[in-house]
Design a protein around this ligand. Sequence first.
Ligand code: NAG
Ligand code: NAG
Ligand code: NAG
Ligand code: NAG
Length: 391
Amino acid sequence: MTRIFPALALALLALLPASSARRLQEHGGDGPISAPNAVIPGGDFRKDNAAAGNLTLLNNAPAGSPLVALNPAFWELVDPDAAVEVLAAKNYSFAHEAPVWLPETQQLFFVSNRLTDASGSPVVEQWLLGLDTGELRQLTPDPPILMANGGTPYGKRKVLVTSQDLNDTNGGLWLLDVATQKSKPVVNNWGGLPVNSPNDVAVHGPSGAILFADPAYGFAQGFRPAPLVGNWVWLFHPPTNTTAPVADGFVKPNGVAFSPDFSIAYVTDTGAVDGTGQPASFAAAAPAIYAFDVELDGSGLPTLQRRRLFGVCPSGIPDGIKLDERGNVYVGVPGGVDVFDPTGLTLGSFAVGPTANLALAGDTLVMMQEKKITAVQLRVKGARLPLQAAE
Ligand SMILES: *[C@@H]1O[C@H](CO)[C@@H](O)[C@H](O)[C@H]1NC(C)=O
Ligand SMILES: *[C@@H]1O[C@H](CO)[C@@H](O)[C@H](O)[C@H]1NC(C)=O
Ligand SMILES: *[C@@H]1O[C@H](CO)[C@@H](O)[C@H](O)[C@H]1NC(C)=O
Ligand SMILES: *[C@@H]1O[C@H](CO)[C@@H](O)[C@H](O)[C@H]1NC(C)=O
């Protein structure tokens, strides 16, 4: 063996491009094979990170600026000197999810985190922010959309909103006219079974089909009965009234989005957080984004094919997900907003702190940071969503 092996190694080196062979030689033996954080001195790191479910200590902490480039291509998306500005702030978690940009009126629809009303029931507030005026207006949809969470535009002044349900009466997709505040249910069951707690929603432009993720967080958080269906991603097709699961295998599917050409669907899995208040467990689920090829079946409905792991978020669970016009992928994470290029290469991070979801309002990145909504000017625009301005 000792005689054959060096010969084989040399033969393999000869097959590699010159630069790869040089790198192998440079990094052989005691060369610098390990990144700075790959080995933590002392080895006593488990309690800090595993207990907190917090991967940030294992990665390069940002110094100074919240704009952290992990690849020079990040600066094609944002000016290194771009400032993070506060659009709105309150002293409680009023700014958590949805954010839906309505370009006609320059309004942002968004919802609060789970709050408690005067009678002790869980409640989620729904809001409109005027991006030009800074005016904040609380909405009271009629009939109510209970425990609202995700959203996507569905016409000039309309938003498809997910209801996570309360008391088994309300869960599903709702259509809300933000001008009149009138709402109506769009889908609330599968063959008579209630869905769990629909979380996020995206429209597939070519077919008009509606993709939504349905993690059982309402049950985990004590405001829904035990699930009767799985932690699935669903497709609802309005022209035929068809609802069917299109992807399983998630612990808690959460954010959903399509590439600008609708050829790829992205789904985040927040299963490391079980919803009961336990710290995140990366043994339960990787803090990962999954990608699928979108293919139309014989009746023109999208199917999600060739599931693959697209990206892993170093600071923890990826929640909301949006794409820019170039197909770059932005996800809300405990560290802020992580950005990947269309191949899954990590470009960098807006390290502003915990961000559940984001909107790309033209070339403004809007970040939902619980007690504040912040924004950064980008050098790129968001992907145009199918019904963002049409009626
Ligand atoms: C995660 O780590 C960061 C950086 O050390 C720390 O500021 C933060 O409090 C930690 N979060 C949790 C939930 O422990
Ligand atoms: C939060 O702000 C409101 C006024 O906007 C005030 O009435 C309330 O006392 C504040 N609560 C806390 C906990 O500071
Ligand atoms: C949900 O059910 C509880 C207990 O029956 C009740 O107190 C509460 O008012 C209900 N909430 C809604 C929004 O229906
Ligand atoms: C779909 O269902 C709704 C409500 O049940 C009904 O009003 C509508 O006519 C149905 N559409 C089709 C194409 O079946």
